[in-house]
Design a protein around this ligand. Structure first.
Ligand SMILES: [Zn+2]
Length: 482
């Protein structure tokens, strides 16, 4: 029997604040272990937490961007459990009065916008990190690094509205784009800055009650999320089809070996003995603060994506690529002031993104080497027929490689176009003489053979000939042979 899957996601977003959630320790990836710690984040007796306003401001902006209801007064709660990488034996989180509730994340899938409903977003602190087991001589040892303990986290929980693994991957991709767009997190999944747990259950189609769910923990890549959910749906289907029952459980997914392992039976909320955090006051976000946070929101990525389609008549695919990053859409819109939009999009998406990828540059790195004005000049010359596409691409590569200005490169003799008939006619005649086969095909009516001959002349001219001129010269030369 085919089953329908019901999936909810819990996403943890590490905030790119300067300091931790409740102390002044720096937030820094890759620092020497246990160097960014203090009495507060180590949970030493008598140390008192103070809420990081920048982290709450980031949470507000995310909540407002997603259309959540933001609570004017929310409450931090202690979540009690024992874990070796959590020095206090409790985590400061939010429970029954979280900062944000409701809202939706718009996700464009196959050209169609869908909105996935959210349950809540709450603020909390991250735990430390364990490394185990390692071998030290003949002993097995575990290590723990508390640098991450107390790093600001947002937990975003969806309603169980996702049905397919591919939707979950699209959801996470859209969430990652949004938090980077807002500048609140680098959301690098490999560094654990964006993590995802998935709650999965299955049911026969048409059934409205939910099946027993399992939770897959700590999925750390978008591909891993998708594959892990596919594996868990298959596992649950096999259990039900062999007459078994799904047990509530927490699972780990090993993406390298495509294997699920049952980690522990799932805790229930009452196991955590939540109670309001006595060391922190009620978290108050004033009307003024919320209004100000709303004003500081940039144009949101899905709004900009729609606008690029409407204002520049771009195909949806181009708009999606160009709004993957805010810097990239900024660069595009600046370029489109001097170059026809679709041409600007083509050059940026092919040549621009290729050079960025090959050199490991972000958009800012690209902009430093290729300011919008310089790139526009290059493309305008091609548009005006003063430069061939091939030459322009070579000039661009040369300028980037040498760190030279594009104008200086374009002034070199090898980047001048050759458009005079006197100059090109000898090349045309040589190509006609060298390729009797295609020439006779052309003369017997296969007119598309001209493309091959033009290509040969272009090659002989090192890409400097103007293709339209070459084509005209070839046509009259071939007509002359009659
Ligand atoms: Zn600290």
């Amino acid at each position: 029997m085919a089953y329908e899957a019901v999936i909810g996601l819990e996403c943890h977003i590490q905030l790119a604040t300067r300091t931790k959630m409740f102390c002044e320790c720096p937030v820094e990836f890759g620092a020497a272990p246990n160097t960014n710690v203090c009495p507060v984040c180590l949970g030493l007796p008598g140390a008192l937490p103070v809420t990081n306003r920048a982290a709450i401001d980031a949470a507000l902006r995310l909540g407002l961007a997603l259309g959540c209801d933001v609570r004017a007064e929310s409450v931090f709660a202690r979540k009690n459990y024992f874990y070796p990488d959590m020095p206090k034996n409790y985590q400061i989180s939010q429970y029954d009065r979280p900062l944000c509730e409701g809202g939706t994340l718009p996700v464009v899938m196959a050209g169609e916008e869908r909105r996935f409903a959210l349950t809540r977003i709450h603020a909390e602190e991250d735990t430390g990190k364990s490394f185990h087991p390692e071998r030290l001589g003949d002993r097995k040892i575990s290590r723990v690094d508390f640098n991450r303990a107390g790093v600001p986290l947002l937990e975003l929980v969806t309603e169980p509205v996702l049905r397919e693994a591919s939707e979950c991957a699209a959801f996470l991709t859209a969430l990652r784009r949004l938090v980077r767009w807002l500048g609140i997190s680098d959301a690098d999944m490999e560094k654990g800055q964006l993590r995802c747990d998935a709650n999965v259950s299955i049911r026969p189609p048409g059934q409205t009650t939910l099946g027993t769910k399992t939770e897959i923990k700590n999925l750390n890549s978008i591909k891993g999320v998708e594959k892990g959910i596919v594996a868990e749906i298959a596992r649950q289907t096999a259990v039900l089809e062999s007459g078994g029952r799904i047990e509530q459980a927490t699972l780990l997914y090993d993406a390298d070996h495509d294997k699920l392992a049952i980690m522990r039976s799932k805790e229930f909320a009452h196991d955590y003995r939540y109670f309001p955090e006595p060391d922190l006051p009620t978290l108050v976000t004033s009307d003024a603060w919320r209004a100000d946070a709303r004003v500081r929101l940039p144009e949101l990525p899905w709004v900009r994506e729609e606008r690029l389609i409407a204002d520049y008549a771009l195909p949806p695919y181009d708009a999606a690529v160009l709004t993957e990053e805010r810097d990239l859409s900024d660069y595009f819109e600046e370029l489109a002031r001097g170059v026809p939009p679709k041409t600007a999009s083509n050059w940026l998406m092919t040549e621009g993104l290729r050079h960025m990828k090959e050199n490991g540059w972000d958009v800012e790195g690209w902009r430093l080497r290729m300011p919008v004005g310089a790139f526009a000049t290059l493309v305008q010359k091609v548009e005006a027929g003063e430069l061939t596409g091939t030459l322009a691409k070579q000039a661009l590569a040369t300028a980037l490689q040498e760190g030279a200005a594009i104008d200086a490169v374009l002034a070199r003799p090898e980047f001048q176009v050759r458009s005079s008939s006197d100059d090109l006619l000898p090349l045309v005649r040589a190509v006609v003489a060298e390729h009797p086969g295609p020439v006779s095909q052309y003369r017997s009516g296969k007119l598309q053979t001209i493309g091959f001959l033009v290509g040969q002349v272009m090659k002989m001219s090192n890409g400097q000939a103007v293709p339209q001129t070459v084509k005209q010269l070839l046509e009259s030369e071939l007509a002359r042979l009659e």
